[in-house]
Design a protein around this ligand. Structure first.
Ligand SMILES: [Zn+2]
Length: 58
């Protein structure tokens, strides 16, 4: 569980970062694959946290 650095709320996990063919970055709801960047969003203030689960990389 990730805690927001701004307001210490519990962040919503389960988002992933996607780059489309035009190079635009957007956030998608869904379970990230092992090599995708995971995103957590604070429901209270909108703070975003990006992270990568290194342990899953083989
Ligand atoms: Zn917050």
């Amino acid at each position: 569980m990730r805690i927001c650095q701004q307001c210490q709320c519990q962040m919503d996990e389960g988002y992933r970062l996607k780059v489309n063919t035009y190079g635009a970055i957007r956030i998608e709801c869904g379970i990230p694959k092992a090599d995708e960047i995971k995103v957590a969003i604070c429901p209270s203030c909108g703070e975003m946290s990006m992270y990568h689960d290194k342990g899953m990389r083989k």
